[in-house]
Structures are given as structure tokens and as C-alpha cells.
Design a protein around this ligand. Structure first.
Ligand code: C2O
Ligand code: CU
Length: 492
């Protein structure tokens, strides 16, 4: 934990970008690795992936590159593709000078492959490797990322996208990955190294002032009229919630957090993604030849920031008409039933953080006569770093006693009540859950693995604990996770 000089505000305003930027980076020419799963294979069939230092041109081609850490030296790392049910075999070689692990976010995989240090595996030491081997049960959009020293390693770029393809191909013209991230850069383009500092941890987490799409400053996505794109949008930021929009187009949501949902068009086209969230869109390119449409995110001040564009080909349309309304994606083998009557029910209040007193809250409030974070009991988190708590306990989620134990097959109902001054993105490992309707009856028509719990709100979620092992529950705002907002549970 490095402390930043107090002159560094916890809040970095997002820099104004060129609005009608000249040429953005063309998607075809840009750094998102085109290398597919299957290359760099060891003799035993493993895809060898190196966690190592590299470079990314985050600020466009005119500015110098930024030193990053990435899988195979790239951020995002190579997009891994595997067919649903087929074996994914990845050998992670640690070429960093600190320990690491890889977590497969959103995968309902065997516990030993979950990549949580101390809970499911030993950290991979520098120079060592670890074999990840599992068959993804669900088709959809997932991602892989470091789960060690995450406030630094994730901020430096150690993540990539995992696409689990449907057994039968889905009818789209192109299938593209769009990764949202924010970076906190110094003027010389290097990553500002105040990882895990107290200010960020107390507030909204580490927010970068520089927002990228596929690590490009401005991404030009070439399209043809009446083409249908499948866009897999992933929020890999440490702590930022993005409100993502493609102007002038209907964004048809086909899947959320990797799991198919009834196709629905987002109101106003705005998609809100917390850290870790994914959305699969089918986007029909309905504008005329030569048209341009901005791709934007919110700038946290009520405005929008252009991070890319759809750039229509000037030539003939791909086809005369857009394709017909899509059918839903094929369902994944998720639990058919939730037994709410027999469920294990738990209240999990979210407490702690800064601004509590300022906002007249009873909880939170720093430095007020010993009412700081030390009040939480904790496991593995040093007292001075116990800023946040789940159900009254500040923990790493790697050790200490479990938050709960549940016998395999039982339904679990968690009630997350946010009593802090910041939103949180609560993530459950190894399972997907339903977000219950506030009315008390039924649930939203999708599955999630990460849910945003807004200030003064409660979210109730339910899942079948059908995956044996030790699983983390934590806030995916990494600076919150590392200062107490983490726990684990055991499925026996
Ligand atoms: Cu995406 Cu515990 O993580
Ligand atoms: Cu949080």
C-alpha cells in the first residue's frame, strides 16, 4: 500500500478528448491481438501464456507508448476462444517480478481452477508456472484476470477476454470484443503508481483519467450498412462504472455476464456496466453508407465522452435489409429451479468507507474519535486497512473462517444492503445468480455474476450453491476488495 501525497485528489477528472478526432485507430489495424487460441501451444496441448511487461499505445499513435503488464505482454491479453464443453488448457508462466494468479471471471468451473491465492491455489512465484485446465460449461463472454496484488496488477493491464463459443454458430456477420478500461497516467504516459492508496480505497476506488476502448485512444470500427455485429463489451476497470452507448443505434442485449437473456433493446441505448460486468449486443448497422456514429461513455459529470466510432463503408450495403429480429441465444445449463422456501437466507450489509459523516450517515466517517475503519474485526487485513466490511467483517476473502457454509444443491439468498456513500459491484465466484425483484416477487430476466448495489439500495440475489468448494464473494471495485470488502463461502 503506497500512500499518495495528499495533493493528489482521490478524484481525477476525465480529460477532455478531441471530439471529432481525426483518424481513430482502425479496429483491423489495432493492437487487440488477433492471435487465436491454438497458437503458442506446448507439446502437451497447453496454450502458454506469459504474464510479463509490455507496451500499449493508450494515448494514440502520436504519443509515446505506456509500459504495461499484460498476458503475452499485451493489454488486453490475447482473446482466448474455446467451444462450450471443450477443454481449455492454459499454462500461465509468471515472467513478472512478483507473484500472480489467473482468475477466470464468471466461469462455473472446478474450484481448484478458480485462481484465488491461498484459497484455491498457491500464488505462482516469479519464474514458475501453473496449469489451468477445465471445460467451460456455458457459452458466452467471460474474462480472465489477475487475482493477486490486484490494485496494481489489474491497473497495469493483466486481463484478457475469454470467448466460449456456442456449439452451433450464431448468425452474425462479425463477432468483436470491446474492452472498456480507465487508466491513471502521468504526463509522460506512464502509469501513475499510487496503487491501493488510502484515498482511493476510502472513496470510489482507483479511477483513471484516461479511458480506452481495446486500449485505443479512439477506436474506429468499420461497418457496412445492414451488417449485424455481435459486440462483446467487457468492463475491466479496477473500479469505474461505465455507462456505455452507441449513438443512433438500437442496442439489442442478448446476454449479460455471459448468460443469454431474452433479447431486449436497452432504454436510451445506455448500458451500465460495473467492474467485471459483460454485455453481448447484437448491433444492426442501420445507417447509410458513409455515416459515422459515436461510441461514448459517461464522463461522471453528466456529459458523454467519445471513445470510438462506427465508421460506415461508403460502398454498397452488405445486404438490402437488416437481418430479421434475432432468436434468443441457446440457453446454458443453469439451474432450472430456485427453492426460495428452503433457501439459506443471509443479510450482508455493506459498511465502511469515506464520506459517511459528511453525508450524515451513522456508519463510515473517518478519524472521528476512533470511529475509523479499525472498528471492524478482520481476517488477514491489517487493522489500519480495514476500511470496508461485509456483514461486519473486514477480510481478504483468502483466509479466516467462511462467511457461511452451505450444503451442495441448496439455494442461497443474499441481501446486500448498501449503507455506505459509494456504489459497490458485488461478485460471486463459481456461480451465477438471479437478481430478485424489489417487489419481492420473482426476479429480473437475466443471470448475473456481478451486481451493482447503489447507495441506499439493497439488492437481493439468489443462486443454487451447486459447485462444491471455497468461493469468494467480494466487491469488484478492487480497492474496496483489498481493504476489507471480501469474504468466502464454502459449498460442501
Ligand atoms: Cu473478476 Cu474475484 O473476480
Ligand atoms: Cu465496493
Amino acid at each position: 500500500m503506497t500512500n499518495v501525497p495528499s495533493s493528489l485528489s482521490h478524484f481525477f477528472p476525465v480529460s477532455r478528448r478531441r471530439l471529432l478526432a481525426g483518424a481513430g485507430m482502425a479496429l483491423t489495424a489495432m493492437a487487440l491481438p488477433a492471435r487465436s487460441f491454438g497458437q503458442d501451444r506446448a507439446a502437451d496441448g497447453y496454450r502458454v501464456l506469459h504474464a510479463r511487461a509490455g507496451q500499449a499505445r493508450l494515448r494514440g499513435n502520436d504519443a509515446g507508448p505506456t509500459p504495461i503488464w499484460g498476458y503475452d505482454g499485451m493489454s488486453p491479453g490475447p482473446t482466448l476462444r474455446v467451444k462450450q464443453g471443450d477443454a481449455l488448457k492454459v499454462r500461465l508462466v509468471n515472467d513478472l517480478d512478483q507473484s500472480t494468479v489467473v482468475h477466470w471471471h464468471g466461469l462455473r468451473l472446478p474450484n481448484a481452477m478458480d485462481g484465488v491465492p491461498f484459497l484455491t491455489q498457491r500464488p505462482i512465484e516469479p519464474g514458475q508456472s501453473f496449469d489451468y485446465h477445465f471445460a467451460p460449461p456455458d457459452a458466452g463472454t467471460f474474462w480472465y484476470h489477475t487475482h493477486f496484488g490486484s490494485s496494481e496488477q489489474l491497473a497495469r493491464g493483466l486481463y484478457g477476454v475469454l470467448v466460449v463459443e456456442e456449439r452451433e454458430p450464431v448468425e452474425v456477420d462479425r463477432d468483436l470484443v470491446l474492452v472498456l478500461d480507465d487508466w491513471r497516467l502521468l504526463d509522460d504516459g506512464t502509469i501513475q503508481p499510487s496503487f491501493g492508496n488510502f484515498h482511493d480505497a476510502m472513496m470510489a476506488g482507483r479511477l483513471g483519467q484516461y479511458i480506452t476502448l481495446n486500449s485505443a485512444d479512439t477506436l474506429d470500427l468499420a461497418v457496412k450498412t445492414n451488417e449485424r455485429l455481435r459486440l462483446r463489451i467487457v468492463n475491466t476497470a479496477n473500479s469505474r462504472i461505465f455507462q456505455f452507448r452507441i449513438a443512433q443505434h438500437a442496442a439489442r442485449v442478448m446476454a449479460v455476464d455471459g448468460q443469454p437473456c431474452p433479447p431486449n433493446v436497452a432504454p436510451n441505448g445506455v448500458l451500465r456496466l460495473g467492474p467485471g460486468n459483460r454485455v453481448d449486443l447484437f448491433l444492426d448497422a442501420t445507417l447509410k453508407a458513409g455515416a459515422r456514429a459515436p461510441i461514448t461513455v459517461d464522463d461522471l459529470r453528466g456529459g458523454e465522452l467519445e471513445i470510438g466510432r462506427l465508421v460506415y463503408d461508403a460502398g454498397a450495403p452488405l445486404r438490402e435489409q437488416p437481418l430479421a429480429e434475432p432468436k434468443p441465444l441457446p440457453a446454458n445449463p443453469l439451474p432450472a429451479k430456485l427453492d426460495m422456501a428452503g433457501a439459506l437466507k443471509l443479510d450482508v450489509p455493506l459498511d465502511g468507507g469515506g464520506m459517511g459523516m459528511m453525508m450524515g450517515r451513522g456508519m463510515g466517517g473517518m478519524g472521528m474519535g476512533g470511529m475509523g475503519p479499525r472498528r471492524f474485526q478482520g481476517y488477514g487485513v491489517p487493522p489500519q486497512q480495514r476500511i470496508w466490511a461485509l456483514a461486519g467483517v473486514a477480510a481478504t476473502g483468502h483466509d479466516g473462517p467462511p462467511m457461511f457454509k452451505v450444503e451442495r444443491g441448496r439455494t442461497v439468498l443474499l441481501n446486500f444492503a448498501n449503507r455506505t456513500a459509494f456504489p459497490h459491484a458485488m461478485h460471486v465466484h463459481g456461480h451465477h445468480f438471479r437478481q430478485l425483484d424489489p417487489s419481492g416477487e420473482g426476479w429480473r430476466p437475466y443471470w448475473l455474476d456481478t451486481v451493482i448495489v447503489d447507495v441506499d439500495r439493497a439488492e437481493r440475489l439468489a443462486f443454487v450453491a451447486d459447485n462444491p468448494g471455497k468461493w469468494m464473494i467480494h466487491c469488484h471495485m478492487i480497492e474496496h476488495m483489498e481493504t476489507g470488502m471480501a469474504a468466502w463461502f464454502q459449498v460442501t
